[in-house]
Design a binder for this molecule. Sequence first.
Ligand SMILES: [Zn+2]
Length: 124
Amino acid sequence: MSTFFWLFILGIVCGYLGILIAERKGRRSMEGFLLGFFFDIIGLIVEFILPAEEMRTTLRGGTLLQLDRHNRQLRKCPYCAEMVLAQAKVCKHCGKDLPEYREETTFRQFTPKIIYGRSRLHSL
Ligand SMILES: [Zn+2]
């Protein structure tokens, strides 16, 4: 009886530590909790070895975008330089208010219109 109680307590503690590790690596906290809760120390070691959530960069409309594994667009916080969701209004790392995100401005930077304008100028 008391063995089960202590195993449960150990599971809760390891689950909590799993959440901390998962959040630091940018993965889902539920994943971290379940690994820690059911596999205790082994779960935490696995959690530690697993790679951080990968981010991909992609070229769209001439602009380099950074995407997380759910294809959500990311941008860099100007205060702490951590990656946050592009639509975020408050940084999840440093808690500062982020400048408003305007999607059109990033896409209009390299639109063909500007290139046509330039080439027309040169032909004159
Ligand atoms: Zn920040």
